[in-house]
Design a protein around this ligand. Sequence first.
Ligand SMILES: [Ca+2]
Ligand SMILES: [Ca+2]
Length: 463
Amino acid sequence: MFKLNNIKKGIASVLALLTTATCLSAGSVAFAEDLVAINETIFPDKNFRTVISEVYDKDSNGYLSTAEIERVKVMTPGAYLNENETIASLSGIEKFYNLEKLYCASLGLKELDVSKNTKLTSLTCMGNGLTSLTVGSLAELTWLNCSNNNLTSLDVTNCPALQTLQASVNSISSIDLSKNTQLASLYVFQNNIAKLDLSKNTNLAEIICNSNHIAELDLSGNTLLENTSTENVGDQWIELSASVKDNNVVIPCSFADSSRIASTTLDTVKQTDDGEERILAYSNGMFVANELMDISGKLTTANQEAKDGFTYKYNTGNPNCDLMTVNAVVSRNLYQVNFYLDESKSVRIDYKLVESGKSATAPAVPDAPTCKKFVSWSEDFSNITSDKDIYIVWADNHHMVKNINDETGDVDIKCTKCNQKTLHFNFMEAYNSAKGDSNYNANADLNGDGYVNAKDYAIILKY
Ligand SMILES: [Ca+2]
Ligand SMILES: [Ca+2]
């Protein structure tokens, strides 16, 4: 006969077995979590996944074991690709926590995050189309080359061991290097950097930062710079806008230390009794040009686009690369109107700088040249929308006198001022002739109507 207790014991035993089985099952799942499946979820890029399988899954079981992961200290995935194969994403790289060196140049990457690879000492990811690079806090990173990408920003503030940073040919607009005190080599040419503070980078031995938008650069504290030339820091491009003040072109631009403006192409040299006196065009927070022509030097950018502007040299305070060349591209909403004495434009009377759409004020008309009188300026200047050359239109204004010899009929007509328009003719001989007649004299036909008659004589009498 069954006893209830036995049944209960039986059930308890079965439950115990089930519980044990469940525990065993849970244990094997926990073990599987130490493995990294080589699948689309963890390694979404097909080509990268193939590299992982073929190179790092040593026992080809479809999983990366802890041992398989820990042995990977250097990774060069591009070395295992066939020609024309690319890797768009290195997602899954974070599983390789022992990785020290990653070389992933020119793979076709768009984004890269190595912030989990905390043992990384060297990262080369140049020549990708990277728009985003996350390095995070990599305490041991000493080398980073991310040149030739599309990066607009780069945060290396938590990479204090960084010694070499190459980030040239990107679109980086600012970079904080204040925590990178070990930095010895910095390449950031061809970016959009406007300010570069290297005051904390006293170990810097090499810098190439040309072709950015840096208006001023203080390298006075970077005393180890030796292999850096002015070319390495120069060819900077900044954009400024001009306005008019007191018939001068004024171009505001402020500097932390304006005394470091060594020279500009706007400089003028004034002759004095003591000799030449150089007048720098920069003062009181602005560049000043006497004429718009001074800033119409047609700067040419790397892509050969001509622009108005001027250049200046900024003293970096470092003897190895002291004079940084800066190209100031000047946008302007003003024009220059030149006023010339006559159509030949050989003598300029004055010039006026005029804001777009405004009217120029003409200078006083000078004394008329001999036998000329002022008629008008050559064109309207009440709505200036371009640079203009305007000249005075003169009319003849001779002072003719006559001398008639009543006996012979000889007539002399000449200008008492210029003596140029002197006519000699015998009126009596030509009188009553018509054009074509043998005695017709064109000089005597003063009104040019083809007849020499009383009308012409009346003109003679008026002289
Ligand atoms: Ca394996
Ligand atoms: Ca006539």
